[in-house]
Design a binder for this molecule. Structure first.
Ligand code: G4P
Length: 290
């Protein structure tokens, strides 16, 4: 497998998320805009249990704008509330608050009809590691005037942060586990930095990333690493020549291929190779080989 790791705490994580979800009215799920399918948790829909749900395509500054538009339209066509954001800049915060307000209208109406006194709408941010949950919480909370006091019944240290007029956000995100059984998703999670660098097979992951770059944006490889057409025959050539250009040499003029791989990987993650979305809307589903 590409990833040599499996979280042993899935059952515990499930229980925690279910506890969190009970306390909130609207669930906000963060995905990586470069890999909206691969960064989704495999069982999120079951965990959410029919609560109103917003999907945020985060890190949109690193994704391909045309692909983001396709993903947004695709998810919206399934009736999902979806917004593309860059949580580092905080630009999407207002739209997010508006979307939560919109989704809460029927809930508040139900309260009114039942004669229940209206309270703030509560939300939580869920997502796999590194997708930007803390960044978004900090950005939302930074603009919030007050943090409500710790109320009884909540885990110590957890607080509701008041956001907007009528909304409270749990200041601890719900951490979901990534989709590692799907090897294509696992490789893309590794490429984007969603899984820690010491648990995946760098050679295998980079073969796939270089393959993607060679097939889709060869001109960017040429430009960035000053490759000549004859140096791009196959993936081994490409990697070796990138290593040579970047001086990744060990004794005897041999290229340190791992060093070259890490250079390309860092460049991809920092969008130095352009804004590249890896998951496409119309891709064939991945099947596990028997
Ligand atoms: P998490 O809580 O979901 O685990 O993720 P966290 O907020 O810690 O974010 C993980 C990394 O992703 C951070 O980078 C963060 O800055 C970056 N990030 C979050 N949202 C965005 C976004 O919309 N666009 C971009 N480009 N990056 C985003 P880091 O390298 O770990 O830290 P730093 O270099 O930003 O300090």
């Amino acid at each position: 497998p590409i990833v040599h790791w499996f979280p042993g705490h899935m059952a515990k994580a499930t229980r925690m998320i279910q506890e969190y979800i009970k306390k909130v009215d609207v669930v906000i799920e963060l995905l990586d805009a470069r890999i909206p399918r691969s960064s989704a948790n495999p069982v999120i829909i079951e965990l959410i249990n029919q609560k109103p749900h917003i999907i945020l395509l985060n890190k949109v500054d690193l994704a391909d704008p045309a692909a983001t538009k396709e993903w947004t339209e695709f998810l919206a066509s399934k009736g999902i509330t979806v917004l593309a954001i860059d949580s580092k800049s905080g630009k999407g915060n207002k739209a997010l608050i508006r979307a939560v307000e919109q989704l809460s209208k029927p809930i508040i109406e139900r309260w009114l009809n039942k004669g229940i006194r209206s309270r703030s709408i509560r939300t939580i941010i869920l997502g796999i590691p590194n997708v930007g949950k803390s960044t978004l919480i900090n950005s939302l909370a930074g603009s919030a005037a007050t943090r409500t006091a710790n109320k009884a019944g909540h885990t110590r240290g957890q607080q509701w942060v008041k956001i907007g007029k009528n909304m409270e956000l749990l200041d601890t995100p719900g951490v979901l586990w990534p989709k590692l059984e799907d090897q294509r998703a696992a490789a893309r999670l590794a490429m984007t930095g969603a899984i820690s660098d010491d648990v995946y097979d760098l050679e295998n992951v980079m073969k796939q990333l270089l393959g993607h770059l060679k097939d889709n944006t060869p001109e960017i490889l040429v430009e960035r690493y000053k490759l000549k057409p004859e140096e791009m025959e196959n993936l081994d050539d490409i990697l070796e020549n990138i290593g040579r250009r970047r001086g990744c040499l060990v004794s005897g003029g041999i290229v340190d291929l791992d060093k070259a791989r890490r250079i390309v990987l860092a460049d991809y993650r920092n969008a130095k190779l352009g804004n590249i979305t890896l998951d496409t809307v119309d891709e064939e589903p991945y099947y596990v080989e028997e």
